[in-house]
Design a protein around this ligand. Structure first.
Ligand code: DAH
Length: 349
């Protein structure tokens, strides 16, 4: 019997040695160590042995079993590491290849203009404030001296959500909000830039556009005057559009200011001589402005006998168009990467 066991061992080790892959090795494992394997069969026949022989044969079978097991494990490891080696060799990565470029967005031209305006006004002591785009009729119109049915509402074709809520047509709504927030007592110097909406759509109008609003209120004895308004707007356009720009105030009408003005800037393209941009007039209209109407002060908690000031508002898109020479306002909202990419390095200029 011992001879038989040693024979099995010899053949098994030989087969392990010759095994060419994991599958064959596995078959060998089953053949010798499995439930019906050759060594197991030997153990089954142990009943026929004498009590003295049994432990000797039992010990030998275990020894041989361990040896076969170890050899199979060794061989398995060998196969696995060869496989890994092969895989690594096949999968070499060429680190000299250029990587896939991550595309980066850039700041939108309108946002560049907003940041520039905010920086400028903060440097003059203004607060930067915000208001909701979904606004109420009350703040967008009524508190700005535009009661329901007022004919001046016709100038702003609006998107109403309900009879009370609309997409704000002007950032002027934030004037009322700021005054109420200050409680009719504190002086105000604020600037507010944001999105506004009207039912318009052509080369110089879009249904969504940007506006910036400014409001200055102080005690009457501080004498916030038209001269201050003019000086402020001059600094504004000279910083944003061109150092040599001049301003012209034309009397106009806005319900929330009295007197009201439309403010023109001298054409920065032809320097006032007359060209296609300024339609040969030498001037381009850029702003609405005026002295805050007493009704507006009163409706929003400020006593018009004690307080007064000025307000102004302008379209951000037009400013961006002037600043960067953009011919059609719709480019600003088409989300075309080819257009937007052109502003990548404008900040450094
Ligand atoms: N909100 C006006 C508009 O959208 C612009 C405007 C005019 C704003 C005069 C003002 C102002 O603050 O004083 O047409």
């Amino acid at each position: 019997m011992q001879e038989q066991i040693n024979k099995i061992k010899e053949i098994a080790l030989q087969e392990i040695k010759e095994a060419k892959d994991l599958k064959i090795l596995n078959d060998v494992k089953v053949k010798y160590l499995g439930k019906k394997g050759e060594l197991t069969q030997v153990l089954r026949g142990m009943g026929e042995l004498s009590p003295e022989e049994r432990p000797i044969v039992g010990g030998l079978v275990n020894e041989v079993r361990d040896e076969i097991e170890n050899k199979i494990e060794e061989k398995e490891e060998e196969f696995k590491s060869n496989e890994m080696k092969e895989k690594l060799e096949k999968e070499t990565i060429d680190i000299s290849l250029p990587g896939t470029k991550v595309k980066r967005g850039s700041k939108h031209p309108v946002n560049r203009v907003i940041e520039e305006i905010e920086d400028l006004f903060v440097s003059m002591g203004y607060d930067v404030v915000e208001g909701p785009e979904l606004e109420t009729d009350e703040y967008c119109f009524e508190r700005l001296n535009l009661p329901k049915g007022h004919p001046a509402r016709d100038m702003q074709d609006s998107f109403y959500i309900t009879s009370e809520y609309l997409l704000r047509t002007q950032t002027s709504a934030v004037q009322a909000r700021t005054m109420l927030e200050k409680g009719g007592k504190e002086p105000i110097r604020m600037i507010c830039a944001g999105k506004t909406y009207r039912r318009e759509d052509d080369a110089t109008h879009s249904h969504q556009f940007g506006q910036v609003e400014g409001l200055v209120i102080d005690k009457k004895d501080k004498n916030v005057s038209l001269a201050d308004l003019k000086g402020t707007l001059e600094v504004f356009v000279r910083k944003l559009i061109g150092k040599n720009c001049n301003l012209r105030f034309r009397p106009s009408y806005f319900p929330f200011t009295e007197p009201s003005y439309e403010v023109d800037v001298s054409c920065f393209k032809c320097e006032g001589k007359g060209c296609s941009l300024c339609k040969q007039t030498g001037w381009i209209e850029v702003l609405g402005a005026g002295i805050v109407h007493p009704n507006v002060l009163e409706m929003n908690g400020y006593d018009p006998k004690e307080y007064g000031g000025f307000a102004f508002g302008t379209g951000l898109d037009r400013l961006a168009m002037f600043k960067y020479g953009i011919p059609d306002m719709r480019y600003l909202y088409a989300n075309d990467i080819r257009f937007l990419k052109q502003f990548d390095r404008k900040d450094e200029e």
